[in-house]
Design a binder for this molecule. Structure first.
Ligand code: 5AD
Ligand code: SF4
Length: 478
């Protein structure tokens, strides 16, 4: 039964699946809903409108959404309305209404700019509302009403969509064609964030480095440098880069602008040129390694991370071996590895999924063990260094503070003081130990009490009570 919401009943619950792009889209969707008079609640049972912002990068991610819908569908009988947003919405379109008839709104990310109109139709009691752009739009979703979930570290989308069409990847079909925001609008947002107390900005895009300023003023590297020069901004990150568009001036910008972080995420996907060709990645192993050599030749010590797919159709043991040798050659600080999952609409779906799940699982395990060993050795090399971390949270039980280095490494440290530095503050820490995925450290005893020079004197120190829960972020595609 359709319900028209009454004033005071416009409450919503929103849950996000998937990558940072989705996390940030949700922040914009929440801002838009609040602007339309809705109030966010933390439980589905308290909401009049339940929204799921979905991911379809692998089959497992997609199934999670349908399981979630199944778990909560009984709430429909209590008059609640359901909306499916994001990548599964765009991919499945109106089929979602057949599979989950209690859903009223289905919208892909390329249609979010029409959300206010779609919400008005929902409130008027319409049952089947769709926003399904199939690579038509050249507009981006920009709003002043972004409800950022973290008060000191925030995202800015600089480019939406993807034109690369890697043969395994659903993203070009779910997020539409590439469209960039003007450099002026990105910089205006960065300045607004700095004015509001943000010190770290992460530029987002499926392929950030295929950014093309519609006004023609700036290249990606110039925009990166300009954001890094915004007064008050201390750290700038960017995700995700496609090797094909990775240019040398990005490394030059990192060398020249101290606020640009010492980290590049450069997904390789495979170490075998033959597999890269079948994946339509548009580069060879050697071509990729040449970009790595540029990054390694920088004056700064830039940390490298990557994404890998194992078990792509036709991947032989020898191909897989080449991925292992590439990991050792590059010496990444983190590898996000996935078993190949056939996706609808993609060219690879018509290639026989020739590698059994057993072999995929075995290769994944070998790769993760191999990488773990590499990281155990490389992380140990940090012992004795003094680095700056941005504090992200506390582990009260262990009396530890959790922070992140400019290389994006997690560093858990003790302070030797009962007064712990607040999230959002910057602290100098000496590294004393390591695990394969994180570092251990201590502040310099007696030198790092709040108010000391080691705490940034220029920064307002937020209190922990004023901070919302930290968001867990997943990987982005490229
Ligand atoms: N199967 C497995 N992994 C995939 N990825 C993208 N598409 C697929 C797929 N069909 C991985 C890539 C990408 C990361 C976000 O997800 O490694 O970089
Ligand atoms: Fe998932 Fe890719 Fe969509 Fe992000 S863009 S939500 S990773 S399918």
């Amino acid at each position: 039964m359709a319900t028209n919401f009454n004033a005071g009943e416009k409450t919503f619950y929103l849950e996000t699946f998937g990558c940072q792009m989705n996390v940030h889209d949700s922040e914009k969707v929440i801002g838009t809903l609040v602007q339309q008079g809705y109030q966010q609640v933390q439980e589905e049972t308290d909401a009049s409108l339940i929204l799921y912002n979905t991911c379809s990068i692998r089959d497992k991610a997609e199934q999670k959404v349908f399981n979630r819908l199944n778990d909560t569908k009984a709430l429909h009988k209590k008059g609640k309305r359901f909306a499916v947003l994001g990548c599964v919405a765009q991919q499945e379109g109106e089929k979602i209404f057949d599979r989950a008839p209690y859903v009223s709104l289905v919208s892909g990310s390329a249609s979010y700019r029409n959300l206010p109109q779609m919400l008005a139709r929902l409130e008027a009691g319409e049952e089947r509302i769709t926003g399904l752009d199939d690579r038509q739009t050249d507009q981006t979703f920009e709003t002043e009403f972004t409800a950022r979930s973290n008060p000191y570290r925030g995202y800015i989308t600089i480019i939406e969509g993807c034109d690369k069409f890697c043969s395994y990847c659903v993203v070009p079909f779910t997020r539409g064609k590439e469209r960039s925001r003007t450099a002026d609008s990105v910089l205006a947002e960065a300045r607004r964030m700095a004015d509001a107390g943000y010190t770290e900005i992460q530029l987002l895009g499926q392929n950030v480095n295929s950014y093309r300023d519609p006004s023609g003023k700036m290249s990606f590297a110039e925009l990166l440098a300009a954001v890094g020069e915004v007064a008050g901004i201390r750290r700038v990150r960017f995700t995700t880069s496609h090797p094909r568009d990775f240019t040398r001036d990005i490394v030059e910008a990192i060398d020249a602008v101290p606020t640009l972080c010492d980290h590049v995420h450069l997904p390789v996907q495979s170490g075998s040129t033959q597999v890269l060709h079948a994946m339509q990645r548009l580069y060879t192993r050697e071509w990729y390694l040449e970009r790595i050599a540029w990054i390694r030749a920088a004056k700064r010590s830039i940390s490298l991370t990557t994404d890998v797919i194992v078990g792509f159709p036709g991947e032989t043991d020898a191909d897989f071996e080449e991925t292992l040798t590439l990991l050792a050659e590059v010496n990444y600080d983190a590898v996000f590895a996935f078993k190949y999952s056939p996706r609808p609409n993609t060219p690879a779906i018509s290639m026989p999924d020739s590698i059994s799940d057993e072999v995929k699982s075995r290769r994944l395990q070998i790769l993760l063990d191999h990488q773990r060993e590499l990281q155990r050795i490389s992380y140990a090399k940090h012992i004795g260094e003094i680095v700056e971390v941005m504090v992200e949270g506390h582990n009260a039980a262990r009396g530890q503070v959790m922070g992140r280095t400019t290389q994006n490494k997690t560093l858990n440290f003790t302070t030797g003081s009962p007064i712990l530095p607040a999230p959002g503050s910057y602290v100098q820490v000496r590294i004393t130990g390591n695990f394969p995925n994180s570092l251990l450290g201590e502040t310099l005893v007696g030198e790092a009490l709040p108010g000391d020079a080691l705490y940034s004197p220029t920064l307002p120190t937020p209190t922990e009570a004023s901070l919302p829960k930290l968001v867990t972020i997943g990987a982005l595609s490229a």
